[in-house]
Design a protein around this ligand. Structure first.
Ligand code: MGD
Ligand code: MGD
Ligand code: MO
Length: 638
């Protein structure tokens, strides 16, 4: 038997999937060959999902913290307890903080937020993901829009600013591959740590966090050679921007980003000579203090070379996953006025909260203690809050700090509708695996809780939520049609900003107003810590049984830190916030001032790199500047 569904991981690709059940009952998960975009290919992380569902470490019943440890309780008792705790906070709802993310994507997971908006509880703002780069695009273009990802195959050249095609989006890699077969040349710019070699014709190494200077250098040369496209009527104050670019010499820009003359020449020739040229921007380069600025200078370069608003050109960055669905109704009436905590500094904000302090936390769809920077501070903040409910399926670093853990259903066990932050298809997600008897979807949990409150908080039924989401101007499909077809393409134009009509009120593009210096490493901490995605898992959704006791890190063979380090005895990676025992490996091609860690392993299994990373905010969007952190390596006894 074959059943079709879609991947709900927090991954751009949102693959269409087929679950095959053979006569003996065994299950196989495969890519769906009938999908117009994902075309039968599924990545290696999704391959692990069936094992996750059946893991012996999965939480199968509600668990209550008691003095002696964890005690399993029934759903009735668990919900009654939650209701009693929430009821006490009805008169001061902002003492109740809701923290959520995209553990599983979908309309019904988003709908859970309506429960909290009706209560008027505190919410989170910003994001741990792509907020700086996203808002950079909004500042420049007025809205975050890409050409259709399929149009990337029409490029004659592609410049990839630090997206790891091989790990973070295999279907972007597939389109890049198609473009190359048609003759496109591809250049990647990165400090290393990516698996892009099979997908590109060359790589330019760059000092981490400094892409804005490389883009500025190319723009300056274009200006000097009068090669800038005639975009002035479509932009606001270009002269001021050109002054900013010319306020330093090209050599100064290049030394700030540590790019040599030959590499600069190569990149300049790409942007000056290839038309149309598409620019792809990864999320890595916006995980710095000036991450938004990095993206804005690259956007400007694409515009000034005449590559915006045309087929084969464009700038590609993450889109909004739900842009083709209507989820406005979830925000509730008082959204703007609700008390909000920055997720990127969540521990600090909880600890500092007054009038009222945080008295209860509800977490769903995020391992926030593990994934937000400043993990030890977040853990401390959780310990200070009297009552924490965590809805999850595994005893990760966040669940471990709960007072009550509620077991949720997981991907393949839940009906839903998803969009994608890469492609234009909205998909129906079928429930194809029977969930464990006592696992529940998030929406069911808050619905049952709402009924127990006085006055009650009512939640729409799942079907109503899906129908409301589909009432969007961007797609044309009823729920029945979507169920039958499985995927519907949005009606958005294939080319973004055609005619150079931008989404700002005056229709004009905006250039960045500042170019900030990149500070040198702080004394004693020479290595910039790049905490990158891993191929075989989505974020921290790694089975505890798969985590090695000592996480590996990679440095360049010529990394100066290796001198004076004895690799035959244990090594610690140290930041001002803490230390982690690691195993050191070599990665040729990596910037000598960088160290790579594949993020997502748990503190309670010997990992948890966010213990070492300082909380903070990016220049735009309330993002987390994870890669701003510097560390050192030392022998553990040292
Ligand atoms: N050091 C460092 N840390 C980072 C980053 C970085 O660059 N460096 N980048 C980060 C990025 S890009 C992101 S997007 C975030 C991701 O951070 P999170 O959003 O916290 O992502 P996950 O680690 O996947 O945690 C999701 C949790 O949801 C659970 N879950 C799965 N399905 C469901 C469900 O249906 N319901 C409920 N209630 N739970 C479910 C999973 O078991 C898992 O524990 O963090 C990031 N953290
Ligand atoms: N397998 C897998 N896929 C995923 C995820 C996952 O956890 N696992 N998570 C998904 C999510 S939510 C996200 S946000 C994306 C993230 O996907 P990516 O955008 O690929 O993000 P990162 O892994 O953070 O960074 C990727 C690359 O950025 C480069 N880089 C780092 N710093 C710089 C810099 O200063 N300049 C330049 N030019 N390059 C730099 C590094 O070479 C690194 O390989 O992946 C998604 N896909
Ligand atoms: Mo992300």
């Amino acid at each position: 038997m074959k059943q079709i569904t879609a991947c709900t991981y927090d991954c751009p690709d949102a693959c269409s999937l087929v679950l095959e059940q053979s006569a003996d009952g065994s299950l196989r998960l495969l890519g769906n060959p009938d999908s117009p975009f994902t075309r039968g290919v599924m990545c290696s992380k999704t391959r692990h999902q069936l094992r996750r569902l059946q893991s012996p470490n999965r939480i199968l019943k509600p668990r209550l913290r008691t003095k002696g440890g964890w005690q399993e309780v029934g759903w009735e008792a668990a919900l009654d307890l939650c209701a009693e705790k929430v009821q006490r906070l009805r008169s001061e709802p902002t003492a109740f903080l809701h923290i959520h993310s995209d553990g599983a994507k979908g309309v019904l997971k988003e709908a859970v937020n309506l429960f909290f908006s009706q209560l008027g509880s505190s919410r989170i703002m910003g994001s741990l993901c792509d907020a700086a780069g996203f808002i950079a695009g909004v500042e420049d273009f007025g809205a975050r829009e890409n050409n259709d990802i399929e149009d990337l195959s029409n490029a004659t050249a592609i410049v990839n600013w630090g997206k790891d095609f091989s790990r973070s989006s295999i279907h972007t890699a597939a389109v890049v591959h198609r473009a190359r077969r048609q003759g496109a040349r591809v250049l990647t710019i990165s400090p290393g740590g990516d698996g892009n070699d099979p997908f590109c014709d060359g790589r330019i190494g760059i000092r981490p966090g400094t892409d804005r200077f490389l883009a500025a250098a190319v723009i300056q040369r274009l200006l000097a050679e009068h090669r800038v496209a005639d975009i002035a009527p479509h932009t606001r104050a270009p002269g001021k921007f050109f002054q900013l670019i010319n306020s330093r010499a090209i050599d100064e820009h290049l030394s700030a980003c540590e790019v040599g003359k030959d590499d600069f020449e190569r990149l300049f020739r790409f942007y000056a000579d290839a038309h149309p040229l598409a620019t792809v921007i990864g999320a890595g380069l916006q995980r710095y203090r000036y991450g938004g600025e990095n993206v804005r200078f690259i956007n400007a370069l694409a515009l000034l070379t005449g590559n915006i608003g045309r087929s084969g050109g464009g700038v590609y960055f993450h889109l909004h996953s739900y842009r083709n669905l209507d989820l406005e109704w979830i925000k509730g009436p008082g959204h703007k006025g609700r008390r909000a905590f920055h997720i990127a500094v969540i521990g600090r904000d909880i600890l500092a909260a007054q009038d009222p302090p945080v008295k209860m936390i509800w977490v769903n769809g995020t391992n926030v203690v593990n994934q937000a920077p400043g993990a030890l501070e977040t853990a401390r903040a959780f310990d200070r809050v009297p009552f924490k409910v965590v809805v999850d399926a595994f005893m990760n670093d966040t669940a471990q700090r709960a007072d009550l853990v509620l077991p949720c259903t997981l991907m393949l066990e839940q009906e839903d509708v998803v969009g994608s932050y890469l492609h234009e298809y909205v998909q129906y997600v079928g429930e194809v695996v029977k969930p464990p008897a006592e696992a529940r979807p998030d929406l069911w949990i808050v619905t049952e809780l709402g009924k127990r409150l006085n006055p009650p908080v009512f939640m729409p039924a799942a079907e109503g939520c899906l129908r409301a989401a589909l009432a969007s101007p961007h797609i044309e499909a009823t729920l029945e049609e979507l169920k039958a077809k499985r995927f519907v393409r949005s009606k958005r134009p294939r080319i973004a900003f055609e005619g150079l009509e931008f989404a700002h009120a005056d229709g004009k593009y905006r250039f960045p107003g500042q170019l900030h210096d990149e500070p040198p490493p702080p004394a004693g901490y020479p290595l910039r810590l790049l905490t990158l995605v891993r191929r075989t898992a989505i974020h921290s959704q790694i089975l505890p049984e798969d985590q090695p006791p000592f996480p590996p890190v990679w440095v360049a063979p010529e990394c100066p830190v290796l001198q004076g380090l004895d690799l035959s005895i244990p090594v610690a990676m140290v930041s001002p916030l803490g230390r982690l025992a690691v195993v050191v490996r070599l990665m040729p091609g990596l910037h000598p001032g960088a160290i790579v860690y594949r993020r997502g392993d748990w503190m309670n299994r010997g990992g948890g790199v966010n213990q070492l990373i300082a909380p903070g905010l990016t220049d735009m969007g309330g993002g987390a500047p994870f890669y701003e952190q510097y560390v050192r390596l030392e022998n553990a006894s040292g």
